[in-house]
Design a protein around this ligand. Sequence first.
Ligand code: SAM
Ligand code: SF4
Length: 324
Amino acid sequence: MLKDPFGRTINYMRISVTDRCNLRCRYCMPDGITCVPMRELLIYEEIAFVCRQAADLGINRFRITGGEPLVRKDCAKLVAMLRKIPGENRIAMTTNGVLLGTFLDELLEAGLDAVNISLDTMDRRQYADITGADELKKVLDSVYRAAGRLPVKINCVVQNGVNEDAPLQLMPLARDLPVDVRFIELMPVGTGKEFNPVPNDVILAQIEEKYGKSREDCSERGSGPAVYRRLDGFAGRVGLISAVHGKFCGSCNRLRLTSTGELKPCLCYGDTIPLREILRDDLPEKDKRIREKIREAVRMKPQAHSFEDRTGVTENRSMAQIGG
Ligand code: SAM
Ligand code: SF4
């Protein structure tokens, strides 16, 4: 089992498979990014090798993200490769949902366990305004197709003055479908530094005013930064990821692997441990050396982020580049 210097168990790895994306979310990469050349991205075999070493050390939850993971060719192949790692591992994906409908069957066949779909509004024009693309219909089709076939969570980022009504627009999805709707406070990472987050307590108050009092659901306590609440008459739950106004670092259980093969101990800071050279050299005991680097990244985990004091944030890349 991996324990960091603050006694937290590290059992979760977020894997970014690409920095590319088919959307241009205004708080993430409104003008795109200078993409790294393909040869600098880890190939799926290299990612699976790192994950095998991580699993050996006790990591058993893997999440594939990006950029947009489904713009990378044959993403389901990676799911199948991770599925083959011995142990009871959970393999999930975070996607903007535009291509999920197209690849859902392949992903399920490959063994995907769960999916998070990012969706900030139910209004077509607002969606195009936030993401730069008129793709709301495809995302909603993906939500309806996926719901009930695997666990689905909707992730929504609420921006001041843009989509403050999103909570009320989105909650009917959790009422009518077995999906959780989660609100992620906008973090001052990359372009996100230019925005002010709407605090999650404001969002919860808005939801409770319309749908009645909620009660905490502790069933997933300790398994990540989200706090879940239940509402009477709802099939799914409300999830609150209070990145800025609630310090969730005490329950942090994760490492990140960027698409270029760097281990990242914390989202907030620029420090990373490069693995790509080790993966591509011809020296022996690659497995042992990668495991040592994973242990080193766990030892490097800081006690907490400093999102509330923006001068302390040393990560300058966009969420898409580091694997949000
Ligand atoms: N493209 C995929 C997607 O949008 O789901 C996966 C990568 S995206 C970076 C993952 C999540 O990060 C999305 O839900 C997005 O809304 C969120 N995100 C991006 N920038 C953010 C920021 N500055 N603060 C909080 N969440 C952010
Ligand atoms: Fe793309 Fe996700 Fe960033 Fe939006 S949040 S631009 S979908 S990577």
